[in-house]
Design a binder for this molecule. Structure first.
Ligand code: BGC
Length: 358
């Protein structure tokens, strides 16, 4: 509490100083723009990488970047955001743990005139200045296609992402666009339809163990929603001799995911080039902090973005393309583009069986 009072004092002091210097709305003493970046967690590989990217981009652009990570706790995330506002953040980039809970943080920031960008994951508030992400429905379609191009009949397991992440809903929407016609024609039976709490690989492992037990291992394909959860499920499948036999999808082109693909266990992943998303978000954050309008965004209704017709309002959005990756194009898409390192991905592949070193 003492710290908060101290911060309030500092913030109001700086506010007065900024005002005395000509009415700038930034709380930083020297008028440097402060960008607050709030992460849900660093458990999935991409987030620490993007934290480093965003910090580096901010430094190069001459702004101050404050990052916080909420360890998958939505309340802690909102507290941290409130704190960043007290520390003088001029603009916020949020990777929400819970798209519903974070809406109150966005609304509170908006009430103070602080713009917010929902980064990768939607926050269900029409007070967002922008939502920047990838084509998440296409991610799901790619996962569906990746699995059904190997097996298009029999017993399917649907393993969704975190139920508090709106992306998980969009991935599922895309997956079902591919899988539902096969269900309708009677070729596929969905024997388990589950969501993995917190996207945690350990939860995916448990889910898959239980599913395999319940189905007496009679599972023909697994539509999993990212590499982390797929690799968790693969551990359970491996224990039953099913790894490499039953197709399973992933997402993110993580190092471990790519390694598993070249070793013949994970069937596919979806490459989302976060090296493109981060600069867009930082440029946009800086423009918003300066009060500039940001071009290139298209309005989508919250109802469209969430499949929930009860939600009102719309959000300016931008979605980047994604690439479906399997053993055939991994080298071109992921290695040659420098997204994952050759030596690590092929570490356990005998020298003679590897593609040429780039
Ligand atoms: C992201 C995925 C990521 C998952 C778990 C999703 O919102 O879009 O890239 O694998 O969260 O962190």
């Amino acid at each position: 509490m003492k710290r908060i009072l101290f911060l309030i004092l500092i913030v109001s002091l700086f506010g007065t100083m900024a005002f005395a210097n000509g009415g700038s709305d930034t709380a930083a003493a020297d008028n440097t723009i402060v960008v607050g970046v709030s992460f849900s967690d660093y458990s999935t590989d991409r987030w620490p990488r993007e934290a480093a990217l965003l910090t580096d981009l901010g430094q190069k652009a001459g702004v101050q970047v404050i990052t916080q990570v909420a360890n998958q706790d939505p309340k802690l995330q909102n507290d941290q955001i409130e704190n960043m506002i007290l520390q003088g953040a001029d603009v916020l980039i949020i990777i929400a743990q819970d798209g519903d809970a974070a809406a109150s943080a966005v609304d509170a920031a908006a009430a103070e005139g602080i713009p917010t960008i929902a980064y990768d994951r939607l926050i269900k508030s029409s007070n967002l200045s922008a939502y920047l992400s990838f084509d998440n429905v296409e991610v799901g379609r790619a996962q569906g296609r990746g699995v059904t191009s190997i097996v298009d009949s029999g017993n399917f397991v649907m393993l969704g992402g975190s139920p508090t992440d709106n992306n998980a809903t969009l991935f599922r929407q895309g997956q079902m666009e591919v899988v539902q016609p096969l269900v309708d024609s009677g070729k596929v039976t969905i024997v388990a339809d589950q969501w993995v709490e917190n996207w945690d690989p350990a939860n995916a492992l448990k889910n898959m163990e239980n599913i395999l037990t319940a189905q007496s291992n009679n599972v023909d394909a697994v539509v999993a929603s990212n590499d982390g959860t797929a690799l968790g499920a693969l551990q359970a499948m491996k224990a039953q001799g099913l790894a490499g036999k039953v197709p399973i999808s992933g997402q993110d082109a993580t190092l471990a995911g790519c390694k598993s693909i070249v070793e013949g266990e994970l069937t596919m992943t979806v490459f989302k080039d976060v090296r493109k998303l981060s600069p867009m978000a930082m440029d946009m954050a800086i423009a918003l902090a300066k009060g500039e309008t940001v071009p290139g965004l298209t309005d989508f209704t919250l109802a469209q973005l969430t499949l929930d017709d009860t939600l009102k309002g719309s959000v300016p959005c931008l979605f980047l393309d994604v690439v479906q990756v399997d053993a055939d194009n991994l080298y071109d898409e992921v290695i040659l583009t420098g997204f994952q390192p050759y030596d690590e991905v092929y570490r356990d592949i005998p020298e003679g069986d590897r593609p040429p070193r780039p």
